[in-house]
Every structure is written in C-alpha cells, then in structure tokens.
Design a protein around this ligand. Structure first.
Ligand code: ZN
Length: 438
C-alpha cells in the first residue's frame, strides 16, 4: 500500500510505503528536467530534435517495463513477432494511412524505382504477417504482439523530452478474431491495462470512448462504425468503469477506448488504447476458414497496454518524481559499507544481487559520510548498511526509501524478500507479514 501523504502526516499504518520528501518537491515537475538530473535520457542536436537517447539508468527502467509487458502478454496468450520499421509506399496506400494520415508521416525515400516509408504504425505489417499463412477459426483469437518502432513527423516546435518524439517504440498488439470474440478480447485488454497501472503505481487515469467527429479524415462505412461503437460501448458499460465520450478522437479506421493520463501541468494524453477495426481486414483481404469450410473476414482489435515506452516512462518519471516502484528502479539496492573494512562484504553482497538479477550499486566511504551517502541515494528503494557488527554475523541493516529503518536481518533474508517483492511487480517496498526467517 502506498500512502500519498508526506511521511509525517501518515494516518497510521507504518508498513505503508512512503516516497521520500523529494517526491513532494518534484512530483509535479517536468520529466525533462528530472530525466536530465537523474541521467535517464538526453538529446543531442546532432542526432536531432525529438530523437532522445536513453542513458544506462533510463535504459534499465525501460528494459524492466518492456519485460513486464512482454511477460504479461505471454501469460495472456499473445505471441510476439518482429517486423521492419520500413515498408513500401503501396503498403500504406492499401492500409489507408497514405490518404488519411500522411500529414504525420515522414516523406518517402526513393530506392531505385521504389519508394519506402518509415512506418507510422505497426498494423499493416501485422496484417501482412497474418495474411502470410492460412488460418482456421480454431486459431482465433490470434494475438500478435510487438514492441516495435514507428515514426511520426512532428513539427520541431512541439518536440520535447519523451512525450513528443519522432521515433516511437510502441507496445502494440493486434488480435485477429471473429466478431463474436471482440468484446471478450477488449475486456481482456482492459484487464491487462488495469493490472499494469496497479504495478506501475498509476493511480489517476480516465477512460474515454473516442468517436469520429466532423471532417473527412475517417474511412467511410456507417454500418462498420455503428457496429464497432456498439461493441466498445457495451464493453465499457459492462466493465463498470466511469468513462466519457469524445467526438473527433477516433482512429481513422475505427472508434477506440483511450486511457488518458495527465502530466504535471495538467495536460492530458493517451497512454493505453483498445480499438476495433473492421476496415483494415477488408483492405488487406484477411480471412479465416470457418467451421463451415467457407472464408470469413476476421476483425482486428488493436490494443496497447502502456502505449509508447517514451510516453509511459515520461509519465512514470513525473508521477513518481523519480522514486520508481522497486521493480522499475534503475538502482534497486544501494550497498553502504560503513568503513573501508566492510568493502569486501559489500562487494560480495553486490555479486549476490547480480546473481539474483537485482540491480545493486556500492556507495563506499570515499563518497562521504554515511548520512551523506544515504541522502544521495534517497531515490533508491533499498539502502543496505553494512557496519563492523553486521559484517561479523552476516547481517545487514536495511533502510527503506522514505526513511523507515528495519532491525538488522541476515543478508540472505533481505535478498530473498526484496527479490520476491520485485518479482511480484508491486509498489510496496516491504511486507511485514512475511516472516524474517524464510
Ligand atoms: Zn494497430
């Protein structure tokens, strides 16, 4: 359980997690400033605007997030694919992107007699992968996932940090299914989103049913729009989630459920999405063989659990003020030998952490007094102090981010319990219910 109040104002439960005071100072700040200060990502004018690179600590956060998503998808029956970030112009003419979305696409590159385009979405590639093999109704729903690159030709004036970028890594998936399976698949996707937000500590999110609006950017087909809107409305109504409808926010090929989050300045953006698409299966002439032996048209459900990793990490930086849930933190444990004499014990503990896939770092006495080192590591979830007395008996003194200090525990117990909490992808830093001696 996480208590949003400053530690001093906590209503009671001492086992609740508190982020350090720095959270109150920085939570509402811009992820761009924090990203630089915490050395998570940066940009270089020679690489270009809207093309950030990830520093090792940022890459560790991103890797943890991507692995969480891939594992959740594997458990939910998705199969992962890889597809190239380029495609021929004809591909996007068929998908409809060329006529409905070209303002957001990079200009095509001439390659001999061909034109190739940096892809604006992964859907056309996935439709072709589906089409490359014949499918029986028994294979449906067929859930195809990829954390893949896509590109958006944003104007340089609006670029910044990780939220407005030209190169996007999208947590994407397409579910090819029968019309009867759409509602269950959309519900399953919403449940994955709910669980991910719980793991990520995202507490404020608004659900929106995004419908077409006036203007010509949408594909035609009133019956198709009516059916897909009815399906998503039913899913939302039955979910019990509060939601609002917004006209003019649909994808060009269909309506969608968008999950909206706000940044420190109150600006809203879409993180997660679930979309129903009758259009692209038609355009790509997708089919499956039904129980009757005849060809039938599948529906495509497009869904993203955490959206683009850039926007997701930007939101997590702002939401947590850099004090990430332990499973996401770039450094999960900082090991603090009190003096030079405990350095070998600290190094041995760091090796054990590495062996357990825990990200640990040693902050030795050369980096200042113990108090100064604890302050410097205030965003690290677990601060492990080893003094002469602890070293003699193989124990450590653990401080949790936020200031709580535990009685000395055997180092093996600490690692086992931290490993279990990290592996459970929760937001709490400690569980007093678990016996100290496991
Ligand atoms: Zn898609």
């Amino acid at each position: 359980m996480f208590c949003p109040k400053p530690r001093g104002e906590c209503p009671g439960a001492s086992s609740w997690d508190h982020s350090p005071d720095v959270r109150e100072e920085t939570a509402m700040h811009d992820h761009r400033r924090l990203g630089r200060e915490l050395e998570l990502f940066d940009t270089d004018p020679l690489i270009g605007a809207g093309l950030p690179y990830w520093l090792p600590d940022g890459a560790a956060v991103r890797h943890a997030l991507e692995e969480y998503v891939r594992a959740a998808e594997r458990r939910a029956g998705y199969r992962h694919v890889y597809s190239p970030v380029l495609g021929k112009r004809e591909l996007y003419e068929i998908s409809g992107h060329w006529s409905h979305y070209s303002d957001d696409m990079f200009p095509p590159m001439e390659l001999g007699a061909e034109q190739v385009v940096l892809r604006p979405s992964l859907c056309p590639h996935h439709a072709l992968i589906y089409r490359s093999r014949s499918h029986s109704y028994r294979e449906l729903p067929l859930r195809m996932a990829e954390l893949g690159g896509m590109y958006r030709s944003e104007l340089s004036g609006v670029l910044g940090g990780l939220t407005r970028v030209r190169a996007i890594q999208l947590n994407d998936a397409h579910i090819f299914c029968t019309p009867d399976q759409v509602a269950d698949e959309a519900r399953g996707a919403l449940e994955m989103i709910r669980r991910a937000y719980e793991a990520l500590g995202i507490t404020r999110a608004r659900y929106r049913l995004s419908l077409p609006g006036p203007g010509g950017k949408y594909v035609a087909g009133p019956e198709m729009w009516r059916r897909s809107t009815a399906l998503l409305t039913e899913v939302l109504d039955r979910s019990g989630l509060p939601y609002e409808t917004a006209e003019g926010e649909a994808a060009f090929y269909g309506p969608k459920i968008d999950v909206q989050v706000a940044d420190g300045a109150g600006r809203e953006s879409t993180l997660s999405t679930v979309q129903v698409d009758f259009h692209q299966p038609e355009r790509f002439d997708l089919h499956y063989i039904g129980a009757d032996g005849a060809k039938h048209r599948p529906v495509m459900v497009h869904r993203s659990v955490v959206g683009s990793v850039e926007r997701a990490v930007a939101h997590l930086i702002e939401q947590h003020g850099g004090a990430f849930p332990a499973w996401l933190a770039p450094v999960q444990l900082v090991i603090l030998p009190v003096s030079e004499a405990e350095l070998p014990d600290a190094e041995a503990l760091a090796r054990r952490c590495a062996g357990l896939d825990l990200r640990a770092e040693i902050a030795g006495p050369e980096r200042g007094s113990l108090g100064a080192r604890v302050r410097e590591a205030r965003l690290v979830p677990y601060q492990v102090v080893i003094g002469a007395r602890e070293a003699a008996v193989g124990e450590v003194t653990l401080r949790l981010r936020g200031g709580r200090r535990l009685d000395p525990l055997p180092a093996a117990d600490v690692l086992a319990r931290v490993g279990a909490l990290v592996g459970a992808h929760g937001t709490r830093l400690w569980d007093d219910a678990v016996p100290a001696k496991a």
